[in-house]
Design a protein around this ligand. Sequence first.
Ligand code: FAD
Length: 280
Amino acid sequence: MSDSISPAFSLEFFPPRDLAGQERLVRAAKQMLAIQPKYVSVTFGAGGSTRAGTADAVRTLRNLGCDAAPHLSCVGASRQDLRDILLSYKNEGVRRVVALRGDLPSGMGGDAGELRYANELVSFIREETGDWFHIEVAAYPEMHPQAANPSADLAHFVAKMQAGADSAITQYFFNADAYFDFVERARAKGVSAPIVPGIMPITNHTQLLRFSEMCGAEVPRWIRLRLAEFGDDKASIRAFGVDVVTELCQTLLENGAPGLHFYTLNHAEAPMAIWKSLSR
Ligand code: FAD
């Protein structure tokens, strides 16, 4: 990684569920301060299931000196719920949010909430709080799984940016070309804001396949075959994962990605190993 590139790294965490999880979050975040993240973000359980947990984790991370951004999703929420959450973050001095539609967990009933899509949430945040928040939104280089086709999905992404988002973080992917193609198509539609690749470290074969199935990220056949061959050999999976993901990050940064957003899953080891390999 040459000095001239100086990419911005950001880190994503989820709100811990218990004391042990809380300790793990703090330990991981402290270790990763070495990366000097531009900001860190904390996910939100759509429907509000982690409302307090997200706010607590944001406070914890801010106390460690990080610029911490809560994720906020509109599905299942009323305008008043969203207003209350935004105002409490504003009162605490939080300046950045990740605005999402979210997906209601199965079994949570059919109340979709008052805002249907993330572009409506972005507009709502701007109406309620003006320019207070830097707004990040989600982007899908390999297409959101519910979209009718890539062009429709791109049009919806452009609508989110036009509604007032400042930058975007992508769903993870392992095909760099999907990212470059998406950025090119977004630029052709007039989006000039940064689109930062979301990076998923490879540490667990079964979990990776499950996540990828749910979110529509393609795990290339050669990666699936190599992972299957490692079986339960966790050390080999991790070493292979660091090599593959470092190479992906290098390709992305060398070809113009403005930074990298690591999905840490509250563990420092894999993102740190990738970051160190990139720094060599
Ligand atoms: P949208 O941008 O609203 O898009 C959702 C779907 O609707 C897409 O298929 C889109 O093409 C379509 N669409 C959009 N607008 C319209 C329209 N006007 N008419 C018709 N169709 C439309 N989930 C969580 O629950 N909590 C989190 O913290 C969280 N963090 C995330 C962080 C990142 C960086 C990413 C990439 C995803 C995250 N997710 C999270 C997952 C996300 O909530 C889901 O992918 C969700 O299904 C879509 O959210 P969105 O904000 O991208 O939705």
